[in-house]
Each structure stands twice: as structure tokens, then as C-alpha cells.
Design a protein. Structure first.
Length: 146
């Protein structure tokens, strides 16, 4: 029997509150998989932490990302989002040009069709209902600023 993600988050939160789990993750910072009308939807929170003295250098990126590999995201600019992957890599999703200024209110939704989030196919949906299509992915490499 598989428990709904909201019930799992509630159990983890209650366990931490009652002292059963001392280092439980904040349920608001976990990528959650939901099923809405027989479609899989990922709820992706934005990271609040900033890494000091780093710059991100872009390189050629993949066409698709495995939905299971997405651990979180960070707003890179008004027209791009950085996906943080479970293996520590970071991939920038460049959004279509007419999406500048889209406000995500701390998180967004994406509906992967086949277990993968692909450029030119998937759309990022804000909690307010606005959508932006992912144009392409760029791999990112961290370098210290001099």
C-alpha cells in the first residue's frame, strides 16, 4: 500500500514535533510527487540558501531530466530556473522568451509525461496558474569568483 505524499509529509512532521525524529527534513523543501486525475505532477520548492563567492558556468545540457533525479530548484533569473539534482549536479532550464517576470511564489509545478522533464515539451506552471515552456537545458559548473 502506497501512502499519499501529503500523508507521508504529515507523519514526518508529527514525528519530528513529538521528538521521534530529530533531523527530519522540512516538508516544504521536498520535491513531492502527486497524482492528479491520473497524471503525475511534481511540486518543486525553491531553495532558499545562497552559495557565496560562486559563479555558474554554463555548458551543453541534456534534452531531458529524469523526474526522479530532481531534488529542488532555485530561481536563476526571471527567465531561467536551476534544477538541483539528487547527485549534486545543477542544470539550468531556460524558459521561453515571453515568460520574463513570471512569479513562482516559492515553488512551481511540472507534469512530466513519461517520467522525464524535457525541453521543448514540458511547461513550468506557477501556483497562480501561469505557464512557461522550457526551451532548453544547460549544464552548470560551479567556479569560485576571484
Amino acid at each position: 500500500m502506497m501512502l499519499p505524499p501529503s500523508l507521508v509529509a504529515l507523519i514526518v512532521t508529527l514525528s519530528a514535533w513529538l521528538g521521534g525524529v530529530s533531523d527530519a527534513p522540512d516538508p516544504r523543501q521536498i520535491v513531492q510527487r502527486m497524482i492528479v486525475r491520473d497524471e503525475i505532477v511534481l511540486h518543486v520548492p525553491f531553495a532558499q540558501r545562497r552559495l557565496p563567492a560562486l559563479e555558474w558556468v554554463e555548458g551543453k545540457g541534456p534534452k531531458c531530466l529524469s523526474a526522479a533525479m530532481i531534488a529542488g530548484a532555485a530561481m536563476a533569473s526571471q527567465s531561467s530556473i536551476d534544477f538541483v539534482l539528487r547527485d549534486g549536479r545543477r542544470v539550468r532550464a531556460e524558459l521561453e522568451s515571453d515568460c520574463a517576470g513570471l512569479d513562482f511564489y516559492g515553488s512551481f509545478y511540472v507534469e512530466p509525461q513519461d517520467g522525464a522533464v524535457c525541453a521543448k515539451r514540458e511547461e513550468i506552471r506557477s501556483r497562480a496558474g501561469s505557464t512557461c515552456r522550457i526551451e532548453r537545458f544547460r549544464s552548470l559548473e560551479a567556479r569560485y569568483k576571484r
